[in-house]
Design a binder for this molecule. Sequence first.
Ligand SMILES: Nc1ncnc2c1ncn2[C@@H]1O[C@H](COP(=O)(O)OP(=O)(O)O)[C@@H](O)[C@H]1O
Ligand code: SF4
Ligand SMILES: [Mg+2]
Length: 352
Amino acid sequence: MSRASEPLLSVQGLEKHFPVTKGLLKRQVGAVRAVDGIGFDVVKGETLGLVGESGCGKTTTGRLITRLIEPTGGKIVFDGRDITHMSQGRLRPLRRDMQMIFQDPYSSLNPRHTVGAIVGAPYRIQGIKTEHGVKRAVQEILELVGLNPEHYNRYPHEFSGGQRQRIGIARTLALKPKLIIADEPVSALDVSIQAQVVNLLEDLQSELDLTYVVIAHDLSVVRHISDRVAVMYLGKIVEMADRTDLYGSPMHPYTNALLSAVPIPDVRRRSERERIRLQGDVPSPLNPPPACRFHTRCWKAQEICRKVEPPLTALAPGHQVACHFPENLSGDAPPAPAAGQEKEPGTISPVS
Ligand SMILES: Nc1ncnc2c1ncn2[C@@H]1O[C@H](COP(=O)(O)OP(=O)(O)O)[C@@H](O)[C@H]1O
Ligand code: SF4
Ligand SMILES: [Mg+2]
């Protein structure tokens, strides 16, 4: 993984506010702030995990990056080109380079088409291979994703859920994309086969030099595949770090809560992490809580959390957090004490 290279994807201040209208005149009465100013880079060959509860804006982010929908703010640079408001016509050649894999492996495959037709469609649409060439190319890809190339003429219903997701992946790979956005690629699958599909994505990455954004609502799914992880809450990134830092020393209370919901297989280690139960539901992005959006559910919330929005700040190298009272802060850089709480020089404060 060449972490030092140029970013393949760079997102800055990205926003999608869906207008909410009322009455015959469709007067705009508000906006769903589905994605509300997020930024990150993904370098070539890297996997960024994007995690958060349902409704926090993950799918919208994926659809914005692949320009299936138009951003209302911010900037998207892909492979050196600003594609934020690029016209569909100019986007067409780039569409081959960025592909999305969807959650439901069944509804995204046409039940009346054979696997050969589904996986071969991208070649046929672009007219880049002869019919014989298409068949050979499709069979190669089927083999690559662990399906039997002899099953070329079978229909989606003849396959299991895991195999259908492999068909979806095969179709995505047909045009050799550079970037793949996998939107909850395994959440519709049996837990027993989730790991197989994640492993397949990982194997394909090194084989085909792919760059991934893998979306999940659960931190356990992206743990092994991600180089870095961004945690989203109500349209914002609240924490972003290298995998080892994020899972080893999470700093945002929300990340801690998500992690405490992940079962720890080793019984001896269970006591290390107390289970935090998140109170209530995710508030509506139509009317998000002011300042820190997590304050309505945070057990550490103070007055300042309701008044001042904590900016996403690097508190350790490569580790960004948006919280006034971060956890697991390593010794040498304590947070500035709140106004009026400065310590007298020379006094030793008790260890809390
Ligand atoms: N086309 C749309 N019009 C209005 N609101 C939308 C639209 N698409 C998504 N939303 C809203 O945006 C928020 C984020 O949705 P989504 O990106 O699908 O979240 P996630 O994938 O994290 O579950 C949700 O509140 C959802 O209802
Ligand atoms: S800023 Fe305050 S409310 Fe928000 S996560 Fe941090 S401690 Fe909790
Ligand atoms: Mg989604």
